[in-house]
Write a protein that binds this ligand. Structure first.
Ligand SMILES: [Zn+2]
Ligand SMILES: [Zn+2]
Length: 302
């Protein structure tokens, strides 16, 4: 299935089918909840804190670990990363990694499932994942991950985690907790993540000729804890850091460095000097991370 054929189904079939009710419901619930409860400093603090925690698991979990395997960890912490990522309601880590690897392989060509250049802003932002055409995952591109039975189990049960977070927020904080610690940060973390597929291929500068239209954007890098250095990332996917220079703020990387210091993760892959300098061969830049890492490079000890 190509993105062009999926888009041909029309906007109703993509954005408004029964499967999208929870997505839209949380948007309405978050807005209504904020109006009904009123804005408070405590509410804003909860929303900001939960947004940051969620974005960390999106970028460190779904993206830098499961999609690109830019660092290693223990099997139990791999499970924690999967659980934390899936709590943000962006489906299972196998699905996420499979589609993301395809994005890198076909960046901004007609086989890219979410290129703004082939589908427009809203398609790249959320249409591609709201429609039903990309619900499956190509098993051939995630063999390094499907070997773990606990990840396969989590994949089938992916909805349980975000629902559990919502129930917990309600049990602990009542309606206040449900709105400010769950619904609002859930909606914001969805759109924060989605900007990487939409705005980060349109808005910003290009340091490297990465063979696609990826951009570096400091505003998006702050909002997404480092993912906004997207041109850097397309240039060299194997690195755990996406801010390639000290002034390129990459909060996810700082947390990963702290995790490394206390032994939670190890072998964070860096940026070789010739890559940073931009003299790296274009052919390697276009290769998917799994190829760069090598098929036998396993993410955990076993
Ligand atoms: Zn990536
Ligand atoms: Zn991209």
């Amino acid at each position: 299935m190509t993105a062009a054929r999926a888009r041909a189904r029309g906007w109703r079939a993509i954005y408004f089918h029964p499967g999208t009710i929870p997505f839209w419901g949380l948007h309405v619930g978050a807005v209504y909840g904020v109006i009904a409860l009123g804005v408070s400093w405590a509410g804003l603090a909860w929303a900001a804190a939960m947004y940051v925690v969620r974005m960390f698991f999106v970028t460190a979990g779904y993206h830098r670990y499961f999609s690109h395997r830019t660092f290693k960890t223990s099997r139990w912490f791999q499970f924690v990363l999967a659980l934390g990522a899936q709590a943000t309601a962006q489906k299972g880590v196998l699905w996420w990694a499979g589609h993301h690897r395809r994005h890198h392989k076909h960046s901004d060509d007609e086989l890219d499932v979410h290129s703004p250049y082939h589908g427009g802003f809203w398609w790249s932002h959320m249409g591609w994942l709201m429609g039903r055409d990309f619900e499956g995952t190509d098993p051939a591109v995630i063999k390094d991950l499907t070997r773990y039975p606990e990840l396969r189990a989590l994949e089938r049960l992916w909805l349980v985690t975000p629902i559990a977070v919502g129930v917990l927020a309600y049990l602990v904080g009542g309606w206040f907790g449900l709105v400010w610690a769950f619904a609002l940060p859930q909606v914001l973390s969805w759109h924060g993540t989605f900007t990487i597929n939409s705005l980060s291929h349109v808005w910003g500068g290009r340091r490297y000729a990465s063979g696609d239209d990826s951009r570096n954007n400091p505003v998006l890098a702050i909002l997404t804890l480092g993912e906004g250095w997207h041109n850097n990332h397309h240039h060299f996917q194997a690195s755990a850091r996406q801010g390639f220079f000290w002034w390129e703020v990459d909060i996810t990387f700082y947390v990963l460095r702290a995790f490394e210091a206390i032994g939670l993760v190890r072998d964070l892959r860096g940026v070789p000097e010739h890559v940073r300098a931009g003299t790296r061969k274009a052919a390697l830049a276009a290769a998917p991370a799994a190829v760069v890492a090598g098929p036998d490079a396993l993410p955990v000890d076993g």
